[in-house]
Design a protein around this ligand. Structure first.
Ligand SMILES: *Cc1c(COP(=O)(O)O)cnc(C)c1O
Ligand code: SF4
Length: 329
């Protein structure tokens, strides 16, 4: 059995669902728990990205030489059923403390090769705006030229939280980017557009990372509408993630074969800037794997993947869906 992962949703996001049945609605599938979550697949863990093995100090994940990721708070506005960081998300550690921030600042001061910081969690925009500003200022005190990526679902699940003051604070420094996670075109609402325009008016560029999810966006037409819709709102689709092997998420994963087929078709349907990189966060690899390059084929019950340095990895082979099999027959 897995540690339970509570249901938490905003009124706004719940209202985007046209049915509360996760089998029938792409929004419900992202926030309503399903029975599949109690099942633990052999390949799954609560920490599929091995964050805990790359944490030189509390709440800092340092996997790539030039980039470090900071876990700003464990809270999120909505708990996504596919969350890959469920060993941390809503596990009670709360917002980053002053002592933790001091230790992170001291560590970063000794790591001049770090040029880019990712603020993640949980959701960093769940911090009180004052606190977020002071965390950012402390980090910039180490290096005012840091490039900072704030990774957040708040614009998608609680757009009203993106107020004038917050947008202005995020726009204060040149190198700050917002990275959001839109998974379905139903999430591209007028409220989301207002939040984006506010951020963009303050000079904050926005990228999107989607997660490829069964029953949410595992169809060509959905992805075409999603990526075009994002581009229309001046958001660059950056990554389409293969779902990580998070505990109890097998029912939400799409096979890599299916993902590659979707990418192949997408290429003929959307423009260059609308096309994200289909990526897998593979612990041990030098960076996220571009699956269109890394994919080597099927080996028994696994897919064989290879990184740029020739190291090999295995990812479990999921059974393709009936819809997929019908589409290629
Ligand atoms: C994803 C990730 C990054 C950023 O990777 P990019 O490919 O640059 O987007 C940095 N650090 C950690 C720990 C990550 O998981
Ligand atoms: S917003 Fe991110 S960290 Fe929070 S539950 Fe969703 S995927 Fe997990």
């Amino acid at each position: 059995m897995n540690a339970p992962f509570d249901e938490r949703v905003t009124q706004y996001y719940a209202a985007l669902a046209r049915s509360r049945d996760p089998a029938c609605d792409p929004i419900a599938a992202q926030f309503v728990p399903q029975t599949g979550e109690t099942l633990l697949d052999a390949a799954e863990t609560d920490d599929p990205l091995q964050d805990r093995g790359y944490a030189p100090v509390d709440r800092l994940v340092h996997r790539y030489p030039d980039r470090a990721l900071i876990l700003a708070t464990d809270r999120c506005a909505v708990y996504c059923r596919h969350c890959f960081r469920r060993h941390f998300t809503e596990r009670g550690s709360g917002a980053i403390t002053e002592e933790q921030l001091n230790a992170i600042v001291a560590y970063l001061a000794r790591q001049p090769q770090v040029t880019e910081l990712l603020l993640s969690g949980g959701d960093p925009l769940m911090l009180e705006p004052d606190r977020l500003e002071s965390v950012l200022e402390r980090l910039y005190s180490v290096n005012p030229a840091y490039i900072v990526r704030v990774c957040t679902r708040v614009p998608v699940v609680m757009p009203s939280r993106i107020g004038e003051r917050l947008a202005a604070a995020l726009g204060l420094r040149g190198g700050l980017w917002l990275v959001t996670q839109v998974n379905h075109p139903h999430e591209l609402t007028p409220e989301f557009a207002v939040a984006l325009r506010r951020l963009q008016r303050h000079g904050v560029p926005v990228l999107n990372q989607s997660v490829l999810l069964r029953g949410v966006n595992d169809s060509l037409e959905t992805l075409v509408a999603l990526f075009r819709g994002l581009l229309q709102l001046r958001v660059k689709p950056y990554y389409l993630f293969q779902a990580d092997l998070a505990a109890g998420t097998r029912h939400l994963r799409v096979s890599i074969e299916e993902g590659l087929e979707l990418m192949r078709k997408l290429r003929t349907r959307v423009s260059g800037p609308a096309l994200p990189v289909y990526a897998l966060d593979q612990p041990g690899a030098g960076g996220k794997l571009n699956l269109e390059i890394a994919f080597q084929g099927v080996e028994g019950e696994s897919y064989l993947l290879r990184d740029g340095e020739g190291r090999e990895y295995r990812y479990p082979r999921e059974l393709p869906s009936a819809a997929y099999l019908a589409s290629i027959s």
